[in-house]
Design a protein around this ligand. Structure first.
Ligand code: SME
Length: 141
């Protein structure tokens, strides 16, 4: 499907720009929710490939954000017990939900190899990125 390919390419470009321009963004990806199945699905990313392309709601930082609808900033991933490790180098993570028409339809996930690198600035910035991304998404993804 052509429209879906365009969206995937644009999302991948967004991931690549963020990952290459922000030094402490080592992995950047977009997961989207299947609300029926209660699973998250990796749609685009930049950085090392991950095995965790499907994540059940409630599992890991990503799965928790699918249910909480709130940003989840993790300064130290070792301090989390509900955490899914994607890379041995990841020290910190920030997940910000993506809303379309008020509905939590997915999220942007940032992994960092630096300990405690994120601030409220990153949250505000990624909320803005997600607002822009929501605008380019078709009604049915
Ligand atoms: N660490 C995430 C899983 C996704 S990987 O970071 C790419 C989590 O705990 O949900």
């Amino acid at each position: 499907h052509n429209e879906e390919e365009t969206v995937d390419n644009r999302l991948t470009q967004v991931c690549e720009v963020l990952q290459t321009t922000v030094g402490y963004y080592d992995w950047v990806g977009f997961y989207f929710a299947n609300h029926g199945a209660k699973t998250l699905h990796l749609k685009a990313f930049a950085g090392e490939p991950t095995e965790h392309t499907v994540i059940p709601f409630g599992k890991g930082i990503c799965g928790q954000v699918a249910e909480s609808n709130e940003n989840f900033m993790v300064p130290d991933v070792k301090a989390q017990n509900n955490y899914i490790a994607c890379s041995i180098y990841t020290k910190a993570e920030l997940v910000v939900p993506l809303f379309k028409d008020g509905k939590n339809i997915g999220q942007i996930d940032i992994d960092s190899h630096i300990a405690d690198p994120f601030s409220e600035e990153d949250e505000k910035f990624l909320e803005w990125v997600n607002e822009k991304v929501a605008e380019i998404l078709p009604q049915t993804l």
